[in-house]
Write a protein that binds this ligand. Structure first.
Ligand code: SAH
Length: 503
């Protein structure tokens, strides 16, 4: 039995989950207990083991919080139970994060610990705002300051007069509330009122917002914009470089909130592509892929695989489900003599990942094109086809091949059912967000979405192809973008095309 637990003080980075460290991820995956703060990006928690305990100990104004002593106590208790404890803290644990206090307590109580640094907001938030913290033409010092304290307090721990006289860049944490006092103090102690200042709200998140100005006017501007915490204040000449270096907010889909309706297991690829382009993705799956309960039909087909001339796959899910049964009952040599066809490139790739060649892929990834091109290239009459599809698939391929004298058996490889949310939860979620786009990757997602959605069209619609678009029209709406190439990258291209972008 394990007796010695350990506490890992892990920096979660500033927001963008991509800025989490590899070592942090390693700790998170093997954690038995995770204690996390309010500024930690919750997406990171999806990497925590299902059996692990996740405890929120964040501090947010107006909400119940665990006091520091209680957090310390919990860390010690869990570690002494022999657990691997991850204490996940926003940014870096040792930069204005009370990590030092927690570490000292662990030493005092004899609990072993490690520190995994994180990318501090100072560095990451500035970078995502297009502001380099140093440039040798402008500064050679860089100071991190807490703005938590009232600078007019008689005995301030921060020496504002010294800070005012230096030429270095000042990065102020927790400074929004006291901004008028901070800027006032710096001016009072002699810093030029024209010094450039930037305030960055939720830096590195897709809803990052930046207000710039000078020491004289920034407080007023921030108030006008109703900017809140968490925000970082950057003071110094380097702020001017943002005009040229503002790369993040220039990403083609920056600021766009895009809903992904496909199943959770399949959302990843689309989400990753949209994230890269700066969009904020929201997963609201309206469909779930389920295994079929009865394998009899598919197993019979699998046992007779040698009788077939062609095996046709219309989706990645079909490939998964079919080959799971296939390898249970057969081995790869039983496929010799059978040709394989895929409806689109993702399906083809999935088959090829099994080291099996795909003999036919249409030039456009819809059923009509599939049959049209197939017929021109291959014999149908008296040939045997096995078609693996979902329970809700259209019957176009089977019907066409049968009419031409082919022997086409369609088997259900998987089922699709509605998503996890009730109508109320769904509408609350959709209406609570100001969504720019809803993406549809199949007719089933459209049908399930509009079965739940009860409002007017307050968002743009992107569809993967004409069949999906038809379902959108049938629901009384119209797509604003339709993919030319009926794939996930094609769908993303269509959204970019809407804005006249090509990336
Ligand atoms: N340990 C953290 C800082 C904790 S103090 C780190 O190293 O980043 C909390 C303050 O950090 C906030 O009030 C804000 O000033 C700053 N901050 C953290 N995340 C931020 C973000 N995404 N955008 C802007 N400021 C952020």
């Amino acid at each position: 039995m394990k007796t010695n637990g350990k506490v890992y003080l892990v920096g979660a980075g500033p927001g963008d989950p991509g800025l989490f460290t590899v070592k942090g991820m390693h700790c998170l995956k093997k954690a038995d207990v995770v204690l996390y703060d309010y500024l930690v990006q919750e997406k990171l928690l999806s990497h925590v083991d299902e059996r692990a305990e996740i405890i929120y100990v964040g501090k947010k104004a107006g909400r119940h919080t665990l006091e520091q002593e209680k957090i310390n106590e919990l860390l010690v208790k869990k570690a002494k139970e022999g657990k691997n404890v991850v204490r996940l803290k926003g940014g870096d644990p040792f930069v204005f994060g009370r990590g030092a206090e927690e570490a000292l307590e662990l030493v005092k109580r004899g609990v072993p610990f490690e520190v995994v640094p994180g990318v501090t907001a100072a560095v990451a938030v500035s970078a995502y705002a297009g502001i380099p913290l140093t440039h040798r033409d402008f500064n050679s010092t860089l100071i991190f300051v807490t703005g938590h304290e009232n600078p007019l307090k008689e005995k301030s721990a921060v020496h504002w007069s010294e800070l005012a006289s230096g030429r270095g860049t000042l990065v102020i944490f927790m400074g929004v509330k006291n901004l008028p006092l901070i800027t006032g103090a710096l001016i009072k102690y002699g810093k030029s009122g024209n010094t450039p200042v930037a305030v960055v709200y939720r830096g590195t998140f897709p809803d990052q917002k930046v207000v710039t100005g000078t020491l004289c006017d920034i407080a007023g501007r921030v108030e006008e914009e109703k900017m809140k915490s968490p925000a970082l204040v950057i003071i110094g000449e380097v702020v001017n470089l943002r005009e040229k270096l503002n790369w993040y907010e220039s990403l083609p889909l920056f600021g766009k909130k895009i809903v992904i309706t496909r199943s959770r297991s399949q959302a990843g690829k689309l989400a990753a592509l949209l994230d890269e382009l700066g969009a904020e993705t929201v997963e609201i799956p309206v469909i779930r892929i389920k295994s079929i309960e009865d394998y009899k039909t598919i197993d019979t087909a699998v046992e007779r695989i040698k009788d077939y001339d062609w095996l046709i796959f219309t989706s990645v899910n079909g490939v998964h489900m079919f080959f799971e049964r296939f390898f249970l009952l057969n081995d790869i040599r039983d496929l010799s003599g059978v040709k394989l066809a895929a409806i689109g490139p993702a399906t083809k790739k999935e088959i090829e990942a099994l080291h099996v060649r795909v003999d036919f892929l249409p030039s456009e990834y819809v059923a009509e094109c599939f049959t049209g091109e197939f017929i021109r290239n291959y014999e149908i009459k008296n040939r045997k086809f096995l078609l693996i599809s979902s329970d809700k698939a259209r019957d176009h391929i089977r019907k066409t091949f049968t009419e031409l004298g082919g022997d086409c058996t369609a088997v259900t490889g998987y089922k699709t059912t509605a998503g996890e949310l009730s109508r109320e939860e769904f509408n609350e979620k959709i209406n609570g967000l100001s969504i720019d786009w809803v993406t549809f990757t199949s007719s089933s997602t459209v049908k399930n979405f509009f079965k739940l959605y009860g409002g007017k069209k307050r968002f743009k619609i992107a569809s993967i192809g004409p069949v999906t678009s038809k379902s959108v029209h049938d629901a009384g709406f119209s797509p604003d973008a339709e993919a030319d190439e009926h794939t996930i990258p094609g769908l993303v291209k269509a959204i970019l095309g809407f804005y006249g972008r090509r990336e």
